[in-house]
Design a protein around this ligand. Structure first.
Ligand SMILES: NC(=O)c1ccc[n+]([C@@H]2O[C@H](COP(=O)([O-])OP(=O)(O)OC[C@H]3O[C@@H](n4cnc5c(N)ncnc54)[C@H](OP(=O)(O)O)[C@@H]3O)[C@@H](O)[C@H]2O)c1
Length: 332
């Protein structure tokens, strides 16, 4: 049983801990929050009496022995928190995007290696059975692969807060926010896992007054085709995502929250593809992360680490092409 600590007490952490406990491989034993009442409220949701609560990050890592920490704080805080965790001998599962730039990711991956621990970026959707169906479909039809359009554009309730002048974390350069880092990362993962590393990256962004991108259009150029990615947090899109194979097309209902697949045949008839989907989209990653840690699966770990490096490199190049600078870049 892996003892699990958590940093960040928003709904996403609840969802992860529910999935983690469901695996029976993780047990929540430590909660860090900036406020005591939030730490207590969080622990109460999981009815685990012996959970240690703390508002001091140094104490969090030393108060008791635990095996892994799940970090779901604002993006720019991941680096320092993950580094401290690795140095204290914890395995780290960190929410996407794991870092603000590739320099930070390199430091974290080296720190993980030096301490003999895992650093896993939680790109939940690539571990889901439905994504593995897409991978198989692409592998079976690779000879006809001719590009993709991936779309993930959802109006964020936090955009209302932004418009009201409340400066929510996800719309600030201080916390490495914006559409690309929040939602684009899913579509970039799709492209990297399915097609590999692109030759060039170009991002045309609608940059908000706060300095982050509210929406934008990202082009990844591969030797023989392009992947066009449309992302946004300031408007809603109902466009499907599509992967092209000449006359045939694979349709997905989203680039990041994929629940439905369809196939358009050469005669343009669209037919559903049978899929399975768990109620909690974090179930599959929780099972996989526990397995990697428990079985010390270095081969899978190296593959995930390589994906994380390519994805974070693309995000940084895309940001550079759109002139988006994070406060964290100053520490490079
Ligand atoms: N995989 C997914 O499906 C998914 C979905 C949503 C978000 N995410 C990722 O999860 C991470 C958190 O996103 P979020 O939207 O939950 O972020 P958030 O609401 O801005 O913050 C998350 C938590 O971090 C702590 N926090 C907030 N502001 C902070 C500050 N100024 N200083 C220190 N700690 C602070 C808070 O916990 P305390 O008050 O308890 O300290 C808060 O509950 C991001 O990396 C995001 O990309 C992933």
């Amino acid at each position: 049983m892996l003892k699990l600590g958590i940093i960040g007490t928003n709904w996403i952490t609840q969802q992860f801990v529910s999935a983690a406990e469901e695996t029976k491989s993780f047990a929540l034993t430590e909660v860090y929050s900036r406020t005591e009442s939030k730490a207590k409220d969080f622990a109460d949701k999981f009815q685990a009496d012996d959970v240690k609560l703390t508002t001091n990050l140094d104490d969090f890592f030393t108060i008791d022995k635990f095996d892994a920490v799940y970090i779901a704080s604002p993006n720019s805080l991941h680096f320092a928190q993950a580094k401290q965790a690795l140095e204290q001998g914890k395995n780290v599962i960190v929410e996407k995007p794991s870092t603000s730039n590739i320099h930070e990711l390199t430091v974290l991956q080296e720190t993980a290696k030096a301490n003999g621990k895992f650093l896993i970026e939680a790109a939940r959707h690539i571990h889901e059975p439905i994504f593995q169906q897409i991978q198989s479909y692409v592998a079976d039809n690779r000879q006809d692969l001719s590009g993709a359009t991936l779309s993930y554009m959802k109006y964020s309730s936090r955009y209302d807060d932004y418009l009201a002048g409340k400066n929510p974390n996800v719309f600030t350069t201080k916390f490495s926010g914006g559409a690309l880092y929040d939602l684009g990362v899913y579509a970039v993962y799709d492209a990297v896992v399915l097609f590999g590393e692109p030759k060039t990256v170009n991002y045309q962004a609608e940059v908000l007054a706060s300095g982050v991108d509210g929406s934008g259009s990202l082009t990844l150029k591969y030797p023989y085709f392009d992947v066009n990615i449309i992302i946004g947090k300031t408007k809603n899109s109902f466009m499907p995502s599509e992967i092209y194979f000449g006359k045939k097309t694979l349709l997905m209902d989203s680039a990041g929250d994929i629940t439905k697949l369809e196939e358009s045949s050469a005669d343009k008839n669209i037919a559903p593809i049978k899929t399975t989907k768990s109620d909690n989209p974090m179930d599959s990653e929780a099972v996989e992360f526990a397995r990697i840690i428990e079985q010390n699966d270095q081969e899978k770990y190296q593959q995930l680490s390589r994906y994380a490096r390519i994805v974070n490199r693309i995000l940084e190049h895309a940001r550079a092409s759109a002139g988006i600078v994070f406060e964290a870049d100053k520490d490079k």
